[in-house]
Write a protein that binds this ligand. Structure first.
Ligand SMILES: Cc1cc2nc3c(=O)[nH]c(=O)nc-3n(C[C@H](O)[C@H](O)[C@H](O)COP(=O)(O)OP(=O)(O)OC[C@H]3O[C@@H](n4cnc5c(N)ncnc54)[C@H](O)[C@@H]3O)c2cc1C
Length: 496
């Protein structure tokens, strides 16, 4: 069997690149090991609930932004995405900071919330929007900016082409340095956003992508009806309508090579070999693309070194049902909570940062009178993947993590009281089973400046006809960054 392009993995990255290629007339086939598409965004369905395994907040859905550009090429409608109220941040001293898309209102709130450093905090956000706004505008003009040529970059920023140089200069800056004149509380406010949305640390986050993320959170994000899983399903439908194939339950083992060392296609677990005459796109993580697909023997030592130094945390999720009346009485459907007095129990999860995501009132994803909610913690994967661990031990770990997380949630959101009940949980072990991400590391790879600067890890691999898409090569603001990256790779394989 042969196709022009074979895509390994049906997450948002793989599906987006395949949908664009199929719509442009390329013969494309997606191979997904699970029985459904979506990867990290696959909903967990139980007892009439549909739980999103994410914060449920998405970037790049505004007018002229990436998703509109992508769906303008596809034969199917985009899922409904609505702008939603910004999250509320609850700091460890109990104070709350609400965002506002109007700069004037937001600056007033910063003044009230951070009297100890209000001018520095306002200046920080002013500088940040001076960088983020032209960057996001340029991305509207040239969505494949991350891989664009120098000429296209100039066009993206025209007539202010000097901005290309300015941005290049900013590439090495660390976010932490820009916060020097601000208070500990303000730093906590910024760190909370980074931790919940990208699992990144303040002292290891590049300034440039952090600006884009923080600006997007302030300006407002979007929720998708049915969750991002609905986006995955639309993309799969689009691939099929354009004549492409989506094969489920199809695990890929490795690339196949001809005697000269050129990648010719993929070997499936079933023993089948599928030939790719033009390109192979991996939606697996960078670790698995090199470690499994390309093979460690063919991975150059400098790449092995970079990969060895990369890691990301896992996630521990509590899926809960919340009474509709209680949800309606909250200030927002999304909370970012700092809980500095919390001690991690055996470090299974970190209860000092909590993300709370409640399904919107217009899409409750729950039985009558309830709404689905997902409570998120970061988890140290090494504590979950230990040798000789049996099912009983794993259940005991899950129970301990649940108790820690549930207590932390109630301590910091006492207003929830009895209006919320646990329905199920997901931990790094169960995440590994559903996504096959290395040791359950599901949070992308942060915003580390070394990583973004390095030339070794990008959408190209060491093989000229093998490309990568996904959040470990296009890190940043979740599926927004993944979709932009997939657009860039599609343009490289089959320019419009
Ligand atoms: C707790 C949490 C909250 C998040 N919240 C948000 C949010 O609010 N907003 C946002 O935008 N983003 C969020 N994200 C990030 C977002 O979900 C991910 O970045 C994105 O879904 C990753 O997509 P991907 O295409 O890179 O990879 P994946 O989703 O991992 O897709 C890879 C696919 O490849 C398949 N695969 C793997 N190995 C093989 C193989 N050998 N053969 C065939 N198929 C294979 C997998 O089954 C999977 O379907 C969150 C992530 C987490 C963990």
């Amino acid at each position: 069997m042969s196709h022009e392009v074979v895509v390994v993995g049906g997450g948002i990255g793989g599906l987006t690149v395949a949908a664009l290629l199929a719509a442009r007339g390329t013969d494309v086939c997606v191979l997904e090991r699970q029985s459904q598409v979506g990867g990290c965004v696959t909903n967990f369905e139980t007892f009439e609930y549909q739980f999103e395994p994410t914060m449920g907040l998405y970037t790049c859905w505004g007018s002229g932004e990436a998703h509109q550009r992508i769906f303008s090429e596809l034969p199917v409608e985009a899922p409904e995405a609505r702008a939603v109220d910004q999250p509320v941040t609850r700091l460890s001293d109990g104070s709350e900071v609400a965002f506002a898309s109007s700069n004037y209102v937001f600056e007033e709130r910063l003044r009230q919330s951070f009297p100890e450093c209000s001018e520095a905090a306002i200046e920080f956000y002013r500088q940040l929007s001076k960088i983020a706004e032209p960057l996001l505008q340029a991305l509207r003009r040239v969505p494949d900016l991350p891989t664009a040529s120098q000429r296209q970059r100039m066009y993206a920023f025209a007539p202010r082409v000097d901005r290309v140089r300015q941005l290049r200069r900013l590439k090495k800056r660390i976010l932490d340095e820009e916060l020097k004149n601000t208070s500990q509380r303000f730093r906590e406010f910024i760190e909370l956003q980074l931790r919940v949305f990208t699992a990144a640390r303040l002292d290891d986050s590049a300034y440039l992508p952090s600006c884009a993320l923080l600006h997007s959170v302030q300006q407002g994000l979007f929720a998708i009806r049915g969750g991002a899983a609905n986006l995955a399903e639309r993309l799969a439908e689009s691939i099929q309508q354009s004549g492409g194939k989506v094969r489920l339950n199809s695990s890929v083992l490795r690339l196949s090579y001809d005697p000269s060392g050129k990648a010719t296609g993929v070997d499936l677990l079933s023993g089948e070999n599928l030939i790719a005459t033009k390109a192979i796109v991996s939606n697996m993580t960078v670790w698995d693309t090199y470690g499994k697909l390309i093979g460690l023997q063919r991975t150059p030592p400098e790449i092995k070194k970079v990969l060895g130094g990369l890691s990301s945390p896992g996630a521990y999720l509590i899926h809960a049902g919340i009474d509709e009346d209680a949800a309606n009485s909250l200030r927002s459907n999304h909370f970012l909570i700092a809980n500095d007095s919390a001690q991690a129990t055996e470090e299974l999860i970190d209860p000092s940062r909590i993300g709370v995501a409640i399904a919107p009132e217009w899409d409750p994803r729950a039985p009558e009178g309830k709404r689905a909610a997902t409570i998120m913690f970061s988890a140290d994967v090494s504590q979950w993947f230990t040798f000789h661990s049996d099912v009983e031990e794993q259940e005991a770990k899950d129970q301990a993590a649940l108790e820690t997380g549930w207590a932390a949630l109630h301590k910091r959101m006492p207003e929830l009281g009895n209006a919320i009940e646990v329905i199920d949980t997901a931990n790094p072990l169960t995440c590994y089973e559903t996504t096959r991400r290395k040791l359950g590391m599901v949070g992308g790879i942060g915003l580390s400046p070394g990583l973004l600067e390095g030339q070794q890890l990008n959408h190209r691999t060491t093989l000229p006809n093998v490309f990568m898409v996904g959040d470990t090569v296009f890190p940043g603001a979740g599926i927004g960054a993944v979709s932009l990256g997939a657009f860039a790779v599609a343009n490289e394989i089959a320019p419009r």
